[in-house]
Design a protein. Sequence first.
Length: 253
Amino acid sequence: MPNQHPPPKPRKAPKQSRSQHMVSAILDACLRILTDYGEEALTLTLLEKISGAGKGSIYQYFPNLEAIVAALYQRECHRMIDQDLLRLTAVEERCDNSLESLLETMITLSVKAHDRLRRLHSSFHERYSTYFDIGKMYGEDYGVIKFVEDIFVPLAHKEYPEATLESLRDATVFALHGMQSQYFAALAFYPNKIYQPHFSRYLVKTGLWILNESLMYKEEDTAIPSACDQRAPQHSKRENDNRKSENSVRGLT
């Protein structure tokens, strides 16, 4: 189960070109150690040897080894976003997609990313996996509402042409949050579940159902009342009882 606290952060960000190259070399060395030797081999001594950075330089930017792994995870997530998610959400790609196929592919990419990160450092991933999700990070960087409007609403509009863009946006936000909450619940408590194909299909069906139901309720809220609905208002039982009491009092006076 993931740690309740966020992963440790770097002490500071490198600003000059030389320090940026050094931090990049540290992360490259960390990646090489984890890939070639495994997480048990990640030590400060080996990191110094492979990166060429001294202990003082490493501690100048990172408080501990976990902060280095966290920075590596962050970098790898953004690389995967650049390679996969940006290409997937390009305009020319989206035009050929259906909403369902886009959701399926995005879940597949997210699972693929988590599998790669888990293989790099399983114990770190177990504690902090919910903080490193490419879909979540892309949405945060891009802007969640803009992300929905630019990528999902056009596809949803093809399937619900009568719906307004505003209602499609709102319904899609609910759908994505519903899928995300279940995905992260599985990631936190049943991490192996995210790798099961039937769970991915379940998430997609859940998202589409939430989208459809949200649009239906939106239509009901904005529907023009029918002639039957425009009859005289019905009084509540309490109001009727009060009227009966008033009439009884008038009969006695």
